[in-house]
Design a protein around this ligand. Structure first.
Ligand SMILES: [Ca+2]
Length: 391
């Protein structure tokens, strides 16, 4: 799914005397932490202040996506499922060897790869020392990013990769499975056996094995599902949902929960009921492996996303519950149609991905202005109906 920021121009460093002063103070702390000057100095000399990194940090919640947007547009788009099956087949020997060693299914590791870096094609090319130093200096989460910066310097100290190759996302997430430096220090592995834990290489083996190692250490259970989609009985008390509330599958079945084919849900131990799209949307009974995925990224959308993408790569079917409309009463297909119709009417939304961002909002504003309507810049059912009737 394309967003205006997905293909941003390369980040440019800016001169900043306060940043330079911060770097010389930090240098002392890095040396005290035991990192030698011949590692610290070249890295800090090359580190630039990146204002775009700070801008990204400030606007993380620019787009609010519905559960349907996330699942249908990102996680389980036809493209991401097909690319996942192709990646699994291309790297089958490596992924099966990783599964045998760490006990995490190849489809699950492939799903992590797919959501973290689009199967290695979007690993990030921002210098990690510059990004983490900029965010440590900025200070909004200064202590966190200073510890990431120190861990990144230790990567250079150990020789796992070079300063030039130490690249990642704007927030310092690196390689095929987007490890932050501290996670890298504790969980990255050298699967290829060449002495370097190289998660940046075009060869994904170390990166994928590192993700499997992390999941394994966080309690992954091989052969168990992450969760299963369920149906709630009429009048069910949805107040029982939430990851903080755990019951045996027998208790849930006693409360009337069934799988989508009407059978008792499978028993894989303590389970929680998750309603990511509200009480009327899809429902999932989730097990230990769901809680393990949350240790990778503490978001229920993300954990369902990894679980569902792994299911789809393995050939299982789509989510069957009813996705709920957004706050304007529109489903993703409605928003895509709205974008197509606006563009055809001469108000270009710069694509029709169903996400209403700044381009769509200004197209809506221009359309409303041209038609003498109240100018809100917001999508609506009435606007869609008007566009349909004029198409
Ligand atoms: Ca290696």
């Amino acid at each position: 799914m394309s967003t205006p920021t997905a293909r941003a121009a390369p980040m440019r460093a800016e001169r900043n005397p306060a940043f330079d002063a911060w770097k010389s103070q930090f240098r002392g702390r890095a040396i005290s932490a035991g990192i030698p000057a011949n590692v610290v100095d070249p890295a800090l000399n090359a580190a630039g202040f990146l204002p775009d990194v700070i801008a990204r940090d400030r606007r993380q919640t620019e787009f609010t996506r519905t559960f349907e947007d996330y699942i249908q547009g990102i996680v389980a788009s036809d493209e991401r499922i097909a690319a996942g099956r192709a990646a699994l087949s291309r790297h089958n020997a490596t992924l099966r060897a990783i599964e045998a060693r760490y006990g995490v299914e190849a489809e699950v590791v492939t799903a992590v790869w797919g959501l973290e870096s689009r199967y290695g094609t979007e690993r990030g090319d921002i210098p990690v020392i510059s990004a983490t130093a900029t965010l440590a200096f900025d200070g909004r989460r200064g202590a966190f990013f200073e510890s990431q910066l120190l861990a990144a310097l230790r990567i250079l100290q150990r020789g796992d990769t070079s300063l030039a190759n130490l690249r990642g996302s704007w927030a310092g997430a690196m390689g095929h499975t987007q490890f932050i430096p501290t996670t890298y220090q504790d969980y990255a592995v050298d699967f290829t056996g060449n002495g370097r834990r190289d998660i940046w290489s075009d060869d994904p083996a170390d990166g994928l094995a590192s993700a499997a190692n992390y999941l394994s250490r966080m309690g992954w259970r091989r052969g168990a599902p992450w969760g299963v989609e369920v149906r709630l009985p009429e009048g069910f008390n949805t107040g029982l949902a939430g990851r903080g509330s755990t019951r045996s599958v027998g208790e849930w079945a006693g409360l009337g929960l069934r799988d989508m084919d009407g059978r008792n849900p499978p028993d894989h131990g303590a389970a929680s009921l998750i309603l990511p799209d509200g009480p009327r949307g899809p429902a999932f009974l989730v097990f230990q492996n769901f809680r393990t995925i949350l240790r990778y990224n503490n978001s229920e959308f993300y954990a369902i996303g990894i679980g569902h993408l792994s299911d789809r790569i393995a050939g299982r079917g789509p989510i069957r519950g009813n996705f709920q409309p957004d706050r304007h009463g529109l489903r993703v297909g409605d928003r895509q149609e709205l974008q197509r119709l606006l563009t055809r009417a001469g108000f270009d939304t710069q694509g029709a991905d169903g996400v209403i961002g700044p381009n769509s909002e200004s197209a809506i504003r221009a359309y409303q202005q041209a038609r003498g309507l109240p100018v809100t810049g917001q999508p609506s059912r009435a606007l869609l109906d008007m566009l349909r009737s004029r198409a």
